[in-house]
Design a binder for this molecule. Structure first.
Ligand SMILES: Nc1ncnc2c1ncn2[C@@H]1O[C@H](COP(=O)(O)OP(=O)(O)OP(=O)(O)O)[C@@H](O)[C@H]1O
Length: 482
């Protein structure tokens, strides 16, 4: 659209030409206005139908009926709010809030975007200086049930989601919200999420046990948008990184709580290694098929047993011509939990360290197809741990000490895209950033919190069904079965 200063269409001072030009310009402005109204109606069909309905009613029945209609609608909404507050909060409130918020954001957007430098300009075009610049355009404003305001933006050529992400701080201040974050949409579009309050501030209670659990989506907490945070266990390994007190334990216990029906039915077997002397994991002993909190050598043996089991499974799969393991009670999916990866090798002799590293490397590189998932927690994602990082497809960044650690955990550029794990408050343990599978999008989440009593109840409710049935492991350890 050319917004350059008006140039005369007719090169003449003839009054008739001037009048004709005025008529053409007026006609064109009218066509554009009608087009804009139709486009707005197509994008917002419900408000458009309401406005058209009210206009017809006002025309046919007179303005008094319009007033009565408005009063009727207001009373109906108040009755709905009082009689069924949760249905109102889930259905009507987000829509009404979206309608109310849209004009506010549209009126402030141009100033907020241009003052934060979100402008695409043609510096030179065909040897001429460009005459215009463009801002991202708001396509839609939506308020979610959790109260997150989301602006869907169209990006002009020359701007990318990274440009918007880099200006999140400035946009948050300009649009009077606590935090702004970018979520990628399709090419040329992004969602700008505006968080007015921290919806993850209240402690989240664990979800009640379900009859069946899908190991591809185990509930562990809540997303910032109010949805359940599901974690995949099948076909992945999980790295949970966070400073001391960040709440790594709550991710682990929430996962075990969510997966409890599978543990009780025998389709998931949990092997636990607690190098910190069993302080974290020992309360869950009845859940574990194998538990080790002794010497580094014993922990090393446990890892090597699992490697042997992996080899047995790999051979069986090869004989069957299958490429991935299907969990059954006879051959369950195995979750190996290591509570502190760095401590595992910190105080061990060099030969043990080498054996541990070799076993862990084999499990991380070959375990997934054989139905083995490694979940490891680390306090410091420094040099020692970062070598393993790329072998963990699922990574969770809890409260970390500095921005460099955020990129160490989530990958290069994650901090710039909005994963501000170094800003997580010490008052909100369990809060973390996770990457959405298959995308560069990061989401803020919080794990549910199981008290000591909840953990004790979980251990009684969902113990493992039988002792470990690992012939291969027994062979390595001379017949010993945990
Ligand atoms: N999801 C949560 N919601 C609310 N409070 C939590 C949550 N997770 C942990 N906490 C609180 O924070 C404290 C520290 O949590 P936790 O021990 O799990 O941290 P950690 O990261 O495992 O620390 P460390 O590495 O030192 O063991 C807990 O005692 C608990 O009071």
């Amino acid at each position: 659209m050319d917004r350059s200063p008006a140039r005369p269409m007719f090169d003449s001072d003839d009054p008739l030409s001037i009048v004709l030009e005025g008529i053409v310009r007026l006609g064109w402005a009218l066509v554009r206005a009608i087009g804009a109204i139709l486009l707005a109606a197509a994008r917002n069909p419900v408000p458009a139908i309401i406005v058209v309905g009210l206009a017809i009613e006002g025309y046919v029945l007179g303005s008094r009926f319009l007033i009565w209609t408005a009063i009727g609608v207001l009373l109906a909404l108040i009755t709905w709010r009082l009689a069924a507050p949760s249905s109102f909060a889930n259905t009507a409130h987000p829509r009404l809030a979206s309608i109310a918020a849209a004009p506010w954001y549209r009126s402030r957007w141009a100033k907020a975007a241009s003052r934060n430098g979100l402008v695409a300009s043609d510096h030179q075009f065909n040897g001429r200086r460009a005459e215009q610049s463009r801002l991202p355009r708001i396509r839609r404003v939506r308020v979610t049930r959790a109260g997150v305001h989301t602006l869907q933006l169209s990006l002009p050529a020359g701007l990318t989601p990274s440009h918007v992400a880099a200006q999140c701080d400035g946009l948050a201040h300009a649009l009077k919200c606590r935090e702004a974050r970018v979520v990628e949409d399709r090419p040329g579009r992004v969602f700008l999420e505006l968080h007015r309050r921290d919806v993850l501030a209240p402690v989240i209670r664990p979800s009640p046990p379900k009859g069946q659990v899908d190991l591809a989506a185990v509930p562990v907490g809540r997303h910032e948008d109010g949805e359940v945070w599901y974690m995949r266990l099948l076909g992945t390994h999980v790295l949970v990184a966070g400073a001391t007190g960040a709440g790594k334990g709550s991710v682990l216990w929430s996962l075990l709580n969510g997966a409890a029906p599978a543990i009780a039915s025998g389709s998931l077997e949990v092997w636990a290694i607690d190098p910190k002397g069993g302080m974290e994991l020992r309360p869950g002993l009845p859940l574990f098929a194998r538990f080790e909190d002794g010497s580094a050598e014993q922990m090393c043996l446990t890892l090597e047993h699992l490697v042997t089991l992996k080899d047995v499974r790999a051979r069986e799969l090869a004989e069957l011509g299958a490429r991935t393991h299907a969990a059954t009670p006879a051959s369950p999916h195995i979750l190996l939990v290591v509570d502190e990866l760095a401590t595992l090798t910190a105080f061990a002799e060099r030969t043990i360290v080498r054996r541990i590293e070799q076993a862990l490397g084999l499990l991380l590189t070959q375990g997934r197809a054989c139905g083995i998932t490694v979940l490891a927690a680390v306090q410091d994602p420094g040099k020692d741990v970062v070598v393993w990082r790329d072998l963990f497809p699922t990574r969770i960044a809890m409260r970390l000490d500095n921005p460099i650690q955020v990129d160490m955990v989530l990958g290069e550029g994650a901090r710039d895209l909005g994963a501000t794990a170094d800003h997580i408050s010490e008052l909100t343990p369990g809060v973390a950033y996770v990457r959405v599978e298959g995308t560069r999008t990061q989401r803020r989440v919080r794990a549910s919190y199981l008290t000591d009593a909840d953990i004790a109840e979980l251990a009684v409710r969902s113990p493992r069904p039988t002792p470990v049935r690992l012939a291969a492991a027994a062979a390595v350890e001379g017949g010993e079965v945990a």
